[in-house]
Write a protein that binds this ligand. Structure first.
Ligand code: XMP
Length: 512
C-alpha cells in the first residue's frame, strides 16, 4: 500500500486541485468529507492531513469542523484558507471577520525560516480568497510569512508539525505553490513518492469490481478521450459485463465509426453495439436551422436511441460515464451568469434518473491530463488520447443552417483533407482544434473552361488552453495553400475556401 495523505474536504472549489497536486508529486491522496470519524481516518494510516478551504466561516455557529482528534494523531496537519482558520480557532487562537476581504493577488513576505517555505524566495506572489483572518496565534505557533492584509498568512507549530496557509498554494495563480506542497509532503510528512497512475488504475479496478459485482454496466462511447479511457478501464475491471453503445447519428466525421469499431470491438474485444441511427437523427433535423434547436433535437434523439438500445440489451444496472472533475465543476449552474447559457452543452445528464440506473464515474476525480496518463497505462493509442475536442452535436453544428446529407458529405471530405494536412505538417497536436465548416451559400467560380456555382468551406483552426478563450492559429501559408487547393480539387461541390480569423471572445470556436 502506498503512503496516504488525507484531504479533509470543507467544500472549497479547489479541494480536488489540492488532491491533484499531491498526485502530481507521486503521493497517494484521498479526499474525504470533513466530518469523517477519526477511526476511519486512522484506518488509512495517513502520513499527513490537509484541511481544505471552504465557503463557511468558523465564526458561524455549526460551521463545518473536523473531529478534534485530527490534531492528536501525531502526524503533520496543514490547513489551507478556511483550514488555517479552523486550525487557529480550534487550537485556541482568535479569528475575526476582516474589514478588508482579501481577494485576488497579494505579495507574501517570509518573516522567518521554516521547512514549509524552504528554498523559496523571500517574497512572491500568492492568490487569496478569504474574508476572515487569524488575529491571535494559538499556543506553540509562530507566523512565518505575512501579506499586507494578514499578519499570519503562513504559520507553523514545528514541534507538532502543524502548518497553516491563508492563501491558496494549490491554484496556478500562486507562485511556488507546487514547491510549498512538495515541502509539506516530502520535508514534513516524510513522503516517499511511492504512488503512480499505475496504482490509480489498479485501485480503480478493485473499486469498480467491488461496486459492480455480478451486475451489468452500460457505457455510451463517443470515441472521445474521456469515454474511451472510461471504457478501457471498466473493461479491464469487469470484461464482458460492460457493454458499450456507440451511436452513429449521421453527424460523424469520415471513418469515425470504423475507427471506433476497429479499436474497441477489434483490438480491445469489447462488447460494442453500434447503433445506426443516421436516418433517425437526420429526419428530425430536416428543415431545422436554429443552432439551439438543433442541439436540443440531437440531445433528445441521443437519449431516445440510447433508451431503445438499453431495452434491447435487457438487464442493465449501471450507467458508466467518463465524467471528469472539471465537468463536475462546470456543470454547477452559476446563478445569474449568462455565460452558462451561451450554448447548451450536450451530455447524457438526464439519463440515469429516467432509467433508474446507478452511475459509475471512475474518472470523476481526475483532470484531463491525468486521464491521458491513465489512458497510456491502459494501452490506448495516441490518436485517441490526444485527439482534438469534438462537440457532442458533431457536424450538426458545423453545417450552417439546414443539415442535408449532401452537405454533410461535402463537409466530411473537406474536413478529412484538413486533418490529413494538419498531421502531415505536424500541426495537428499543436493546435487546440482544426476543422472545416460548411457554408450553404454558393459563389461563382471557374474550373477549366466552365463557370461553377458551388458552396464555400471555412477553415477554423484555433489555439487555446481551455476553450474559454481562443485565438486563430497562424498556420503557415504553404499549409493553407495545400489544404485549399486539395479541397477545391478533390471535394465535389466546393469552389471556394475561406479562413476564419476571429478570436474567442467575441466569436466562439464553433460556428453554431
Ligand atoms: P465554443 O464554440 O463554445 O466551444 O467556443 C468551446 C469548446 O467546446 C466544444 N463544444 C462542445 N462540446 N458539446 C460538446 O461536448 C457541445 O455541444 C459543444 N459545443 C462546443 C467546442 O468544440 C470547443 O472545443
Amino acid at each position: 500500500m502506498p503512503q496516504t495523505v488525507i484531504v479533509l474536504d470543507f467544500g472549497s472549489q479547489y479541494t480536488q486541485v489540492i488532491a491533484r497536486r499531491i498526485r502530481e508529486a507521486n503521493v497517494y491522496s484521498k479526499v474525504i468529507p470533513f466530518d469523517t470519524p477519526i477511526n476511519e481516518i486512522q484506518a488509512d494510516n495517513p502520513v499527513g492531513i490537509i484541511l481544505s478551504g471552504g465557503p463557511s466561516s468558523v465564526l458561524i455557529e455549526n460551521s463545518p469542523k473536523p473531529d478534534p482528534q485530527v490534531f492528536e494523531l501525531e502526524i503533520p496537519v496543514m490547513g489551507i484558507c478556511y483550514g488555517l482558520q479552523l486550525m487557529g480557532f480550534m487550537l485556541g487562537g482568535a479569528v475575526e471577520n476582516s474589514v478588508h476581504r482579501e481577494y485576488g493577488y497579494g505579495t507574501l513576505s517570509k518573516c522567518s525560516d521554516s521547512k514549509l517555505l524552504e528554498g523559496l524566495p523571500n517574497s512572491f506572489r500568492v492568490w487569496n480568497s478569504h474574508g476572515d483572518r487569524l488575529t491571535k496565534l494559538p499556543y506553540g505557533f509562530q507566523g512565518i510569512a505575512k501579506t499586507d492584509n494578514s499578519e499570519f498568512a503562513v504559520l507553523e507549530n514545528p514541534e507538532k508539525k502543524f502548518y497553516g496557509l491563508q492563501y491558496h498554494p494549490e491554484v496556478a495563480h500562486s507562485d511556488f505553490g507546487k514547491e510549498v506542497i512538495h515541502n509539506f509532503l516530502f520535508k514534513i510528512c516524510g513522503c516517499l513518492g511511492d504512488w503512480s497512475m499505475h496504482d490509480f488504475m489498479n485501485d480503480s479496478i478493485t473499486k469498480i469490481r467491488q461496486s459492480v459485482g455480478e451486475k451489468r454496466v452500460l457505457l455510451g462511447l463517443s470515441g472521445g478521450v474521456d469515454s474511451s479511457v472510461a471504457a478501457a478501464l471498466i473493461h479491464k475491471a469487469i470484461g464482458d459485463k460492460l457493454t458499450c453503445v456507440f451511436v452513429d447519428n449521421g453527424l460523424l466525421r469520415k471513418n469515425e465509426r470504423q475507427d471506433v469499431e476497429d479499436l474497441f470491438a477489434g483490438n480491445f474485444a469489447m462488447d460494442l453495439r453500434v447503433v445506426d441511427a443516421k436516418d433517425y437523427f437526420l429526419d428530425r433535423l430536416s428543415g431545422i436551422t436554429d443552432p439551439e434547436q438543433k442541439r436540443k433535437i440531437i440531445g433528445v434523439s441521443f437519449v431516445e436511441i440510447f433508451d431503445q438500445e438499453v431495452e434491447k440489451i435487457g438487464e442493465v444496472d449501471f450507467l458508466a460515464q467518463g465524467t471528469l472533475y472539471p465537468d463536475v465543476i462546470e456543470s454547477v449552474p452559476i446563478a445569474g451568469n449568462p455565460a452558462s447559457l451561451i450554448k447548451s452543452h450536450h451530455n447524457v445528464g438526464g439519463l440515469p434518473e429516467k432509467m433508474k440506473l446507478r452511475l459509475l464515474e471512475p474518472l470523476r476525480e481526475l483532470f484531463k491530463d491525468e486521464v491521458r496518463s491513465l489512458g497510456v497505462e491502459l494501452g490506448l493509442p495516441k490518436e485517441v488520447l490526444w485527439r482534438q475536442p469534438f462537440p457532442g452535436p458533431g457536424l450538426g453544428v458545423r453545417v450552417m443552417g439546414d443539415i442535408r446529407h449532401e452537405y454533410l458529405e461535402v463537409l466530411r471530405g473537406a474536413d478529412f483533407i484538413l486533418q490529413e494536412e494538419m498531421y502531415a505538417s505536424n500541426l495537428y497536436y499543436k493546435v487546440w482544434q482544426s476543422f472545416a465548416v460548411f457554408l450553404p451559400v454558393r459563389t461563382v467560380g471557374v474550373m477549366g473552361d466552365e463557370r461553377t456555382y458551388d458552396h464555400v468551406i471555412a477553415l477554423r483552426i484555433v489555439e487555446s488552453s481551455d476553450a474559454m478563450t481562443a485565438d486563430w492559429a497562424q498556420v503557415p501559408y504553404e499549409v493553407l495553400r495545400k489544404v485549399s487547393s486539395r479541397i477545391i480539387n478533390e471535394v465535389k461541390g466546393v469552389n471556394r475556401v475561406v479562413l476564419d480569423i476571429s478570436s474567442k471572445p467575441p466569436s466562439t470556436i464553433e460556428w453554431e
